[in-house]
Design a protein around this ligand. Sequence first.
Ligand SMILES: Cc1cc2nc3c(=O)[nH]c(=O)nc-3n(C[C@H](O)[C@H](O)[C@H](O)COP(=O)(O)OP(=O)(O)OC[C@H]3O[C@@H](n4cnc5c(N)ncnc54)[C@H](O)[C@@H]3O)c2cc1C
Length: 513
Amino acid sequence: MLSAEADVLVIGGGMAAAWAAVGAARAGARVIMVDKGAVGTSGVTAAAGPNHWWVAPEQRAQAVTQRLGQALELGEASWMHRILSQTWATLPTLAGFYEFCINDAGNVVYSSVRGPEYMRALRQYVESLGVRILDHSPALELLLQRGAIAGARGERLQEREAWEIRAPAVILATGGCGFHGPLLGSRTNTGDGYLLAAETGVALSGMEFSSQFTIAPAFSTMTRAMSYVYATYYDASGRVIEPSGDSQKLRFLAEALLNGPVYCDLARMPQDIRDRLPYISPNVLPVFRRQGIDPFQDKFPIALVSEGTIRGVGGLTLETEDCETSTPGLFAAGDAASREMVTGAVSGGGAVNSAWALSSGIWSGHAAARLAKRLGRRQGAVERSGQAGLRPAGQPKPLDEAALKTTVRAQATDFSTTYFRDDASLTQALDVLDAQWADIRTGLAGGLRAREAAALTATARWCLTAARHRRESRGIHTREDFPTQAAYLARRQILRGVDHIESNFASVVEIAA
Ligand SMILES: Cc1cc2nc3c(=O)[nH]c(=O)nc-3n(C[C@H](O)[C@H](O)[C@H](O)COP(=O)(O)OP(=O)(O)OC[C@H]3O[C@@H](n4cnc5c(N)ncnc54)[C@H](O)[C@@H]3O)c2cc1C
């Protein structure tokens, strides 16, 4: 077994984890980072081309007002201002490791970055600060001492050994949950961080805002969506499908897909964007070329792919501006945390999520380093907090982990149920997931795959439970039986519990700006 000590342990290896490691190391902490994949290539940023919310100080008041309008009463101006100014101050510090683009006017473009190079640069930045990185080393459970964080345990997949790292401060940056679907880069994002934290008593918020979908060619998992701004859609007879004015931008496609295949071409893409596409999204066009399709002329079939909580909204509830949770010493950053404060009831994909991942990473890193300095080493006995999938409550029984994951996908990611849900369909899906959860709790024992199956099932239960309790339609949460927004539900929904889930609605209370 690998045993180690750190001031700050960062769990995850994506954008938020890397910025958290930078924040903690720059504040003087000894930092260890553990990733289920490999830092620099795993996580949803690595295969994408993230744009950060990037607004000059003099334009921020207007940008925040606009975003607050989109947030449908669940956003908070103060958090929005904070991520804007943190991103503005921090992103340029990557310049020694990343070559930012220069635009036609000769100005450096900081906001939009090339995902693979960005993540490679972040790895180099992190390594330059002396952070120890353990790749292919997923965390399986947290360690507690008298209710406070004391570290974590996991597996080193390539060395086939366990690891245990003691640390007085742990940052969960395990990303959102893509439900093991085909969303690009999301394979390792199975909701582990939610489960780890919830087992120590941390609540979740905004989990109902997880019915976010993106478009992919039906023959591919290429879910980079920028090109579809210029898409024209057709039904099987070649008739154009007009977008509805719905705030759920893709709902009209979901409706059309229920009636048969939907086709698309990108003929409306202007020539200058076509010329730049290979540089902006280098992996998009080869997918078409291999099929002999010219997407600017030919029609191709499309599918809708669930983005779960990744470009959805929900996650762990934070208690402080520094991103600490209710478990002392446990912080959450990036998609692992709820982003309702900065996105409200709509997706933060496209700009806000990246600014959030960066900012929450830096804040949690700084705060975790400060806390570790104050607390010193965690010595003495610790308690292992992991339950489902690790320590069954009953007699272990053979459960097929792949089948468990398939069930979760069927209940939580199908657009035909997720877009058009009502009390009956949500109850039906939850009955299936609750039964599966009972099996997992009593009988499933194993390592990473078992723990993933547990985390996926737990996350689906939180998402659907939250959807059932929010009896209205707001932003990306839609209900067939409650199609309008209810004024009395302009509140955050907080979920507590892993086995028995309790829902409470809480007023949005702004922190002081
Ligand atoms: C195709 C696509 C394009 C996007 N484009 C934009 C954009 O332009 N602008 C924008 O604002 N947002 C965008 N987003 C969203 C944005 O990329 C995410 O919000 C951001 O990457 C979140 O970073 P993260 O570090 O929290 O999560 P991730 O980058 O997903 O990283 C999560 C990490 O946690 C690791 N992990 C998971 N479980 C464990 C475990 N048990 N132990 C150890 N490690 C674990 C994973 O391996 C992974 O490395 C996009 C998302 C997608 C899918």
